[in-house]
Design a protein around this ligand. Structure first.
Ligand code: NAP
Length: 374
């Protein structure tokens, strides 16, 4: 059974809760039913690692926005842009306000692309014109390209990102992948960004356990917490559980931000051996792979039915159930984005979490981003 808050708590608590999306409901232990756990579950936001930044328990990934190198059948047009804007607005409407982008998403190296930061900045501006109180947390990333050396390269790239976003600062600035020549200068650059007030919190991405520990220590010496490590993590890509990254994030109090949490759409259940994804994803999620995925997808479906939840909501809930994980599913349109909120406010049981992991372990994982092993 689900630990569903509205059914576990008395009616008045549910009523009290209505319309207070951002307010913590204080519950007193002496009232018998109300536990700290309930209070914790009610909290709409989580702190990112040891930083002061609080973000929604789920974010939205903006990689596909404006991209013509991997997504969108290599084409971008006005219709896709309106759909992406719909995804942005729908997220905000459903209370999900963390957006993850990167300077390389929608890179101009790719024909017809529009930079994802530029689009996100435009969407934020348009929304704020209508509602100045709109709350948005922006996470973006520094590309550790081999010719970028030293701490100043981080500040220069960050200022360019801020310019595209039309913002004075971002909430989270991450090193997108480890540098081939080393990371000391980049980590110093992250610290400088905090001290110059250009970012609220800093993180890394695709960092191994060793690199994570080094980055954490180096920032700690300056009194700056490493907020997050963004890595590929989903039911069918559990490398962070095997390579020590998840355990180390938990030990150090660094939030694990899970990218590709729906295995790029494969775990939503909409792709089948007869209907595989097109484009580069078709090379990964082949009919053969999708055939092997079916038993897991069937069980995800059954469990979802028992909670009146979609497979997408089940797989995102599975990640949140691991603790210390903020998934950032990508959405191309309003319909996709509006589904994500349903992953929150309930919880798979421990048995279901274990059963899904066990079923998933029968499937050979797809190959990840090689930079994870740098
Ligand atoms: N740090 C890194 O190196 C790194 C790497 C990868 C991603 N990321 C970040 O993580 C974010 C998410 O990862 P991702 O985009 O790779 O994978 P994902 O979130 O697992 O999958 C996103 C795709 O699934 C499909 N989808 C989304 N919602 C759906 C729904 N409700 N129902 C059915 N299909 C749905 C959409 O594609 P279709 O409609 O075309 O199927 C969408 O583009 C990215 O946007 C990016 O911000 C970071």
């Amino acid at each position: 059974m689900a630990l569903h808050l509205s059914s576990a708590a008395p009616a008045w608590l549910a009523v009290a809760n209505r319309g207070r999306r951002n307010r913590k409901v204080k519950a007193v232990a002496s009232e018998g039913f109300a536990t700290l756990k309930a209070e914790e579950e009610e909290e709409e936001k989580v702190k990112l690692g040891g930083s002061d930044l609080k973000v929604t328990k789920l974010g939205i990934g903006a990689w596909s926005w404006g991209d013509t190198s991997y997504w969108n059948n290599f084409q971008w047009d006005d219709r896709k842009m309106k759909a992406a804007k719909g995804a942005f607005d729908s997220s905000i409407d459903s209370g999900i306000t963390l957006f993850d982008t990167a300077e390389v998403y929608g890179s101009r190296m790719s024909f017809g692309a529009i930079n994802s930061e530029t689009l996100l900045g435009r969407f934020i501006k348009e929304r704020k014109e209508k509602d100045p109180e709109t709350e948005v947390a922006v996470a973006t990333k520094f590309a550790a390209l081999p010719w970028r050396l030293g701490r100043q390269s981080v500040i220069t790239a960050l200022k360019d990102s801020l310019c595209r976003l039309g913002l004075d600062s971002v909430d989270l600035y991450q090193l997108h992948w480890p540098g081939v020549w080393g990371n000391e200068g980049y980590i110093d650059g992250l610290g400088d960004a905090v001290e110059q007030g250009l970012v609220k919190a800093v993180g890394v991405s695709n960092y191994s356990e060793r690199r994570l520990r080094d980055a954490y220590q180096k920032l700690k010496q300056r009194g700056i917490p490493l907020a997050s490590n963004q890595v590929n993590y989903s039911l069918i890509y559990r490398f962070p559980e095997e390579n020590g990254v998840k355990a180390t994030c938990d030990e150090l109090g660094v939030t694990l931000i899970a990218y590709s949490p729906m295995a790029q759409g494969a775990l939503t259940g909409k792709y089948t051996p007869e209907n595989p994804p097109s484009g580069p994803r078709g090379q990964i999620y082949t009919p053969d792979f999708l055939t092997r995925l079916q038993p897991l997808l069937n069980r995800i479906n059954e469990i979802g039915d028992s909670y009146k939840k979609t497979p997408t909501q089940v797989v995102l809930n599975w990640l949140i159930a691991q603790g210390n994980v903020v998934p950032i599913p990508g959405a191309k349109n309003a319909e996709q984005a509006s589904e994500f909120g349903g992953a929150l406010g309930w919880r798979l049981t421990g048995e279901e979490v274990d059963e899904l992991r066990s079923l998933a372990s029968d499937i050979r994982p797809v190959v990840g981003f090689p930079v994870e092993n740098l």
